[in-house]
Design a protein around this ligand. Structure first.
Ligand code: ADP
Ligand code: MG
Length: 554
């Protein structure tokens, strides 16, 4: 084998125009696939793999689970992840727009444009869009903008009644997490429970602990433990409750029956002291971060104290916020101030699982308990509500709303066409192509709503030209309406990021002029396709160690 053959064996190369075409085609194919999921009438994709089935119309969730082979399509898919990670919404739009930008670029390249010219024109257009968006933005008054933002973001999954219900739930959860302008999303916990109606979902002041899924457990004791306690006095111990000082035992040499008896007596005395301390403060619910000795548990149960053990560290903090308790390292350190209060501590069985609900009216911790008929729908609901709350934080960061339903894209496209006329050189045409690409959003919304896409686009352009800047597609009626009147509005910042992320992705793909397959390129892409919620979120919605954002119960 000569040297050249050896190189050919480890690499396959595609270069120049061919590489460009293949990349563009891969990017547009991905966008094409997602177009039908866009908007309130978007259809779901059913993602099947490794024994799991996920139904979703969320762009980020779809690309997360797809086996994407083309490196260029992967670049575009990353847009969805970036978009969703930043803002929790807009991932489908970003991919559809990126695909449209690539599609438009292809025609320009066919006409002999250099990719760099196209990229520069696109960046110029994106800059202009950034500036224009503020001009398009609506005054943030009128009826509850937060609710409208959420209702638009969670579009396409439920009927109006349930959409309104969940939007209200998400807004209330978000408001509960907001304190003097600071948002503490860690104060909101979301639990999905299969079984029941969506409208059975609720927002609780306090904490819900999933006994089955969390490490927290309620140990078996011979004495029956009450299922519900009102006006509970809650102690939280940040350590284990076994014998207080292990040295105490080892001091005895335990050589005789006598020594053993003395050791046991010491233990019993310690445990009685624990019970007395709890008793002195009228504590009837004890959460312990580590384990509690069997004998102590039995003793406390006889005293009527419910003991939960192995409560996770993050749950400890949540309990502190829910009850006002202050976790103590040792029970000896328990004082009146450290004891928390709960209006009610209740063990409930929901959807086949057991939960502890710790409610208190003055809790700064809130829990969203989401219900839906099946596990699939619950998962999707959990994901959507989580994203919606993340989006609200963005909205508050920089207030400002733009009309949804494709109206803003039509307005931006029209502005860009005017603007393009003033741009010198060939880039002007790329700016114009950018305008055409923006209009694929209203076109896709129209098509998904069963409208004729061309007629609708022409009608939208005409009415916008006549000054009706808020006319867009009404997802429900399949008609053109003043979308703002219908409450179809989106955060300005969301639109801005969709355009910026899509432009970046298209530019990345267009700049590639050669694809070199390296020896190690065969096989998977390293993405975990089974993982739910594995895109990160803006604003501190970090995954817990189990990989699920929010959940305390995983
Ligand atoms: P994304 O992943 O981009 O958020 P969606 O499927 O959520 O994709 O669709 C978002 C698009 O749907 C936006 O352009 C938004 O304005 C539009 N939209 C949302 N609700 C409605 C509605 N009720 N009527 C018309 N368009 C809507
Ligand atoms: Mg959305």
């Amino acid at each position: 084998m000569n040297g050249t053959d050896a190189i050919a064996n480890v690499t396959r190369r595609t270069e120049g125009r061919t590489a460009g075409e293949l990349n563009v085609a891969a990017g547009t194919a991905l966008a094409e696939m997602l177009r039908t999921t866009l908007g309130p009438n978007g259809r779901d994709k059913m993602l099947v793999g490794d024994g799991t089935v996920v139904l979703t119309n969320d762009g980020a969730s779809i690309v997360d689970r797809m086996d994407i082979e083309s490196p260029a399509a992967k670049l575009v898919a990353d847009v969805a992840r970036a978009q969703s990670g930043e803002l929790g919404d807009g991932s489908t739009s970003a991919i559809v727009l990126a695909g449209a930008l690539l599609d438009e670029a292809e025609s320009l390249l066919d006409d002999g444009f250099h990719p760099t010219t196209v990229v520069e024109g696109y960046h110029e257009a994106a800059r202009r869009v950034h500036e224009t968006l503020d001009a398009v933005a609506l005054p943030s008054d009128g009826d509850d903008p937060l609710r409208n933002v959420v209702a638009t973001a969670i579009t396409g999954r439920w009927d109006d009644e349930r959409t309104a219900f969940l939007a209200d739930l998400a807004v209330r959860a978000y408001r509960a997490a907001r304190d003097d302008g600071d948002v503490h999303l860690e104060n909101v916990t979301i639990h999905g429970v299969a079984g029941g109606e969506t409208t059975d979902s609720e927002l609780l002041d306090g904490l819900v602990v999933d006994i089955d899924a969390s490490s927290t457990s309620l140990s078996e004791v011979p004495t029956p433990v009450p299922r519900r306690l009102r006006d509970a006095r809650v102690a939280v111990v940040d350590d284990q409750l076994t014998i207080q000082s292990p040295d105490a035992v080892s001091r005895y040499s335990l050589e005789s029956v006598d020594d053993l008896r003395r050791a046991q007596e010491h233990e019993s005395a310690e445990y009685r002291r624990y019970a007395e301390t709890l008793d002195a403060h009228d504590v009837n619910v004890l959460f312990c971060q580590k384990s509690v000795d069997d004998r102590l548990r039995a003793l406390l149960a006889r005293e009527g104290i419910i003991v939960f053990e192995r409560t996770r560290q993050d749950e400890v903090h949540k309990l502190e916020r829910a009850t006002g308790a202050r976790a103590v390292m040792r029970l000896d350190a328990l004082d009146e101030e450290a004891v928390g209060h709960a209006d009610e501590v209740e063990r409930v069985d929901l959807g086949g699982g057991s939960f502890v609900v710790v409610r208190d009216a003055s809790s700064t911790q809130v829990s969203v308990l989401l219900r839906a008929g099946t596990a699939h729908v619950v998962d999707e609901t959990e994901r959507i509500v989580t994203d919606a709350i993340a989006l609200l934080e963005t909205f508050d960061d920089r207030s400002g709303l733009v009309p949804g339903g494709g109206a803003t894209e039509v307005a931006l496209a029209s502005d860009l066409r005017d603007y393009g006329r003033g741009v010198a050189g060939r880039e002007a045409l790329a700016v114009e192509s950018f305008a055409d690409a923006l209009e694929t959003i209203p076109v896709a919304l129209a098509r998904n709503a069963g409208l004729d896409p061309i007629d609708t686009l022409l009608e939208l352009r005409r009415r916008h030209a006549e000054g009706e800047g808020r006319v867009g597609i009404d997802g429900d009626a399949g008609d053109l309406v003043d979308v703002v009147d219908r409450g179809v509005v989106e955060p300005t910042r969301l639109k801005e990021r969709v355009v910026a992320n899509a432009t970046d992705a298209a530019a990345l793909v267009l700049r590639i002029d050669g694809v070199i397959e390296t020896a190690g390129s065969a096989g998977g892409d390293g993405h975990d396709h089974d993982h739910d919620h594995d895109h990160g979120h803006a604003g501190g919605l970090q995954s817990d160690p189990g990989g699920y954002p929010w959940a305390i119960g995983h």
